[in-house]
Design a protein around this ligand. Structure first.
Ligand code: XMP
Length: 329
């Protein structure tokens, strides 16, 4: 990609100018394409002066933590520390059902872990890392900020994205945000130019708060997290098996906080309901629901109910954005 090669060259140059020869930067890796490509880009300039952290907040997909860590260390050779924060996070989320409160808690916890990492880095280096690398995209910037001159306050934000504008002032980092003016597909092109493997580049976006906004209601109740992870894994694997993964912008399962009546074997059951969502989009700002074939839907629904005994009903979301958002919370 010609124009992206130019953007990449420009960014490498800008970062080199912005960051002095002895200064250090830190970066929080989410496991998504944006932060990974941002870190890979900055790593090219800073090498070992870049320090990454990956926080397992307990709201990841099935085996996600292991999978992305392998990617970071084995394939991209990024210097990265993994922090396990699952227990604390789930304790904080206990009993919380309001979507925005969940997001705030997840974001705040994340910042705590990040601060601890930054402080530790300062001790190790003997001085403070000066820069913070973020994979912020153009749509994140405009969805999180009111349009200029609109007179709107931040409270009119559609959803509080925890990776934008969420860092407290006292952290005092200069930001390196090479993708602030780019769309996702452009970041993917840059990732390819940087040698990030295609399977990783093509991964669907995953929101910072993860399964926290895909389990409606209390995340910690019963076996919700395990059930959702299993269902999601079956669904995504079926999408890959049918050769549809690359046609879809984003696909995921949603846990609904209700039970419905079913019949499994000879037994009447009163069990979980899960929703499936898949959308096509070019930037996440608008989206169309994906028209799966009846055969695909039949297969995936049967697999889910056979393999996850506590689910007796599967529904498919046929709403576009707008009026819905891509995520359910
Ligand atoms: P919505 O649900 O607002 O999502 O239509 C648009 C895109 O943004 C992702 N998303 C998030 N990403 N932190 C993130 O990093 C968040 O809090 C967040 N909320 C939504 C969503 O997955 C979709 O790709």
């Amino acid at each position: 990609d010609w124009s992206m090669a130019e953007v990449l060259e420009t960014q490498l140059k800008l970062i080199k100018e912005q960051v002095g020869p002895t200064q250090h930067a830190i970066c929080a890796l989410s496991g998504g394409v944006d932060s990974t490509v941002a870190a890979t880009l900055v790593h090219k300039v800073l090498g070992e002066r870049l320090h990454c952290v990956f926080v397992d907040h307990g709201l990841l997909r099935y085996k996600e933590g292991e999978r992305v860590m392998e990617m970071f260390t084995q394939h991209l050779h990024l210097p990265v520390t993994k922090v396990d924060h699952k227990d604390v996070m789930l304790a904080k989320l206990k009993g919380v059902t309001d979507p925005e409160r969940k997001r705030k808690i997840i974001g705040a916890e994340f910042i705590e872990v990040f601060k601890a990492f930054a402080n530790n880095m300062e001790k190790e280096l003997g001085h403070k890392p000066t820069f913070l690398v973020q994979g912020t995209l153009y749509p994140d910037v405009i969805e999180s900020c009111p349009p200029p001159g609109s007179g709107q306050k931040h409270s009119h934000t559609i959803k509080s994205h925890h990776n934008v504008g969420g860092l407290p002032k006292d952290l005092q980092f200069s930001l390196i945000e090479p993708f602030r003016e780019l769309f996702k597909d452009e970041v993917r092109a840059i990732g390819r130019l940087l040698g990030v493997p295609e399977t990783f580049i093509k991964r669907h976006p995953f929101p910072g708060p993860g399964m926290g906004v895909r389990i409606l209601g209390d995340v910690t109740e019963g076996d919700r997290l395990e059930v959702l992870c299993m269902v999601d894994e079956i669904y995504i694997n079926a999408i890959k098996e049918f050769g549809l993964y690359d046609e879809i912008w984003q696909a995921f399962a949603v846990f609904l906080p209700i039970k419905s009546v079913g019949v499994q074997g000879d037994q009447r059951t009163h069990s979980h309901v899960v929703g499936l969502r898949a959308v096509c989009s070019s930037d996440g700002m608008t989206a169309d629901w994906y028209p799966f074939t009846p055969e695909f839907l039949r297969t995936v629904s049967a697999r889910i109910c056979n393999q996850v005994r506590s689910v007796n009903r599967v529904v498919y979301d046929i709403t576009s954005k707008p009026p819905s958002t891509i995520e359910w919370e």
